[in-house]
Structures are given as structure tokens and as C-alpha cells.
Design a protein around this ligand. Structure first.
Ligand SMILES: [Fe+2]
Length: 339
């Protein structure tokens, strides 16, 4: 699918992106950006928890919803930093107890917004954990995890990447906006994804990817060729392949889950994607174990390697990665459902 920015303003900004000094954005602000404009029915469980938590204020459902939309209630409750922190904490309570923030299941017949919000929160948690294992800033990683899929407010197709970028830039979240562009493309490979390969993309006999020089490249392809992935982008890539709407699973299980909801994968990039993902998981696992990832012998989707072989390598890398992850973060007891 061809992915183009709406205009040159966004295109230039993305192509010339340079990481600047830290901003003052908090995790709680990020959560409020995420849920801004979300339908009441996608936040009704969260609203009820807010009403319970602030029972002394006698909030109505609509007032609790107004708080989630960043509005202060005269004489009752200000939507200040401490209120936002409470709302965010209640949202985590919700998902960790097996409940979505809301009960609406389908929006526009295409996207399950309640699931999408849970996925974003689980991904945020996982990004923070993975960042912590290799000494990066967990808070920054959590913010990126929360916002990476914000473009799904507009569309559920692959252009949610570019639409999300534009939405965050419009709201002054420029450095976070890059996460929208990078999260779906493993290590910067345009077709290293779960999508169909782009016209002109091919993998040579050695397993190296190329574009036919006569093929027209879309904006995302050109952006990825210029942009240097950071460890935060790489964490997002992995986390997006482990966070579902119900929790955190092994990359292998997540790929199976995605595959079950899509038509057959495109074989042109399937092997390439599996090889890249395998290398990426092995490399990150070594980093988590304090070993040198440069010692890794990478695999390639070369001509003499079958898709079955690549799948087996991926399954093994997934198991090994998930075992090390669970040493850091053993899974909790099965949480109870909120009644
Ligand atoms: Fe995602």
C-alpha cells in the first residue's frame, strides 16, 4: 500500500528529523492525548472506576467522562497532574484485571477501539520493561508505546503509521511522532513487516533486500532510507510483536494471532521479515543478558533456506527471547475480572 504524507510540511519535517533535547511531556499527558476524542462507550469502564475512586465528589458518568477528556469540573475536580495520574493508574488497573477501558466493540465496522486502547497500554508497559533491561529510559519508552498506534483513531489500515505521525506533529509531540512511522517496519526495512511487499521490492539469492531502481518509492520508503533507527524504535518493533489487547505474549504467538486475522501472507517479504525478526530478537536477547550482540551469526532469507527453516529459527528465537524476558518479569497470577 502506497504511504504518502498529506503535504510537504509533514514530509520535510519527517525527512529532516533530528532528536532534540527532552521535552516536558509526561506519561500521563501522553495517555490523555491517546484517549482524547475517544467515544464514551470505549471508556465506560474507566469512567465508572473514576466515579468510584472519587465517590466523595458524586461525579455523574458524564462528569467522569469529561475528566477523561481533560476538562476540569468547577467546584468538583480539576483535571490537573494528580487527577491525570489517577486516571492513568485506573486504566492500568482495568487492563491488568482483564477488562478493556470500555465495552464498545466495533467502530465503523472496522476497528475495535477498546481492544486498540488495551493493546497500546500493554505495549507501553512492555516498552518500559524492555528499555529498563538494557539501561534506557523506561518512561520515554512507555510514552512511545502509548502513542505509536494513535493513527488508528483515523484508520485501521497501514496508513495509520503516517496519519498518526501527522496527528502528533499537529499536537506538538514531534519526537514521539516518529514512533508512529517506525513501529511497523522492523529495523527500518520497508517490507520487513506483516504487510504485502511493495511493487519493486525483491530479495536476492543471498537474502538481501532491494528495490528495483525503476520502481517508484513512496514517502515511507524514502523516510526509512534516510532515518537511523534508535534503540527505542527497535524496542517498539519488538513490543508491537508481543503486545495484544489481553497482555504480553511471545513474538511467535503474536505472529500466529495476527496471521489468524489476515489473509495469507505475501511470500515475497515473508521470509525476509522472519529472518529480520529472528536476528533482531536474538540480538536484543543478548543485550538483555549483558552479552555482545555483535557476536551473533545472523540468518538470511537466502535462496537455499526454506520458509519452514526460517519459521523454525524464528520459533526458537522467540522462545529464547521470551524465556529471558520472563526471567526479568515473571508473569503474575491470573488477574481477577472487575465486576
Ligand atoms: Fe501496535
Amino acid at each position: 500500500m502506497e504511504l504518502m504524507f498529506k503535504n510537504d510540511f509533514y514530509r520535510d519535517k519527517a525527512f529532516e528529523f533530528k532528536e532534540t533535547q527532552d521535552n516536558n511531556h509526561t506519561l500521563y499527558d501522553a495517555f490523555f492525548v491517546l484517549i482524547n476524542g475517544i467515544d464514551k462507550m470505549d471508556l465506560d469502564n474507566l469512567c465508572r472506576l473514576i466515579m468510584d475512586y472519587h465517590s466523595d465528589k458524586n461525579l455523574t458518568f458524564d462528569e467522569a467522562y469529561a475528566i477523561t477528556q481533560g476538562q476540569s469540573l468547577p467546584d468538583k475536580l480539576n483535571c490537573d497532574d494528580s487527577t491525570k495520574k489517577v486516571v492513568y493508574t485506573l486504566a492500568l488497573y482495568c487492563i491488568e484485571n482483564g477488562t478493556h477501558l470500555g465495552n464498545k466493540t466495533i467502530m465503523d465496522g472496522k476497528i475495535n477501539t477498546s481492544s486498540w486502547l488495551s493493546h497500546s497500554l500493554f505495549e507501553s508497559i512492555l516498552c518500559g520493561q524492555l528499555a529498563d533491561t538494557i539501561g534506557l529510559d523506561p518512561n520515554k519508552a512507555k510514552i512511545l508505546g502509548l502513542l505509536h498506534d494513535i493513527g488508528r483513531k483515523q484508520t485501521h489500515d497501514f496508513s495509520h503509521t503516517i496519519r498518526g505521525y501527522e496527528m502528533l506533529v499537529d499536537q506538538g509531540w514531534e519526537s514521539e511522532a516518529i514512533a508512529c512511522l517506525t513501529h511497523s517496519f522492523l529495523a527500518g526495512g520497508r517490507c520487513s513487516s506483516n504487510e504485502q511487499a511493495e511493487p519493486g521490492f525483491y530479495v536476492d539469492d543471498e537474502g538481501i533486500s532491494h528495490f528495483d531502481p525503476t520502481a517508484k518509492k513512496d514517502d515511507i520508503t524514502l523516510f526509512l532510507e534516510k532515518y537511523q533507527y534508535t534503540d527505542y524504535d527497535l524496542i517498539l518493533n519488538i513490543a508491537d510483536l508481543m503486545a495484544t489487547d489481553k497482555g504480553i505474549v511471545s513474538p511467535f504467538d503474536r505472529i500466529v494471532d495476527i496471521a489468524s486475522r489476515r489473509k495469507a501472507f505475501d511470500p515475497t517479504n515473508r521470509g525476509f521479515f522472519l529472518a529480520e525478526l529472528t536476528n533482531h530478537l536474538n540480538s536484543f536477547r543478548l543485550q538483555m543478558q549483558g552479552k555482545n550482540p555483535n557476536d551473533l551469526v545472523e540468518i538470511r532469507a537466502s535462496r537455499n533456506v526454506s520458509l519452514d527453516d526460517l519459521n523454525n529459527s524464528f520459533a526458537e528465537a522467540s522462545t529464547n527471547f521470551f524465556d529471558v524476558y520472563k526471567e526479568f518479569y515473571p508473569s503474575k497470577e491470573q488477574p481477577k475480572k472487575i465486576v
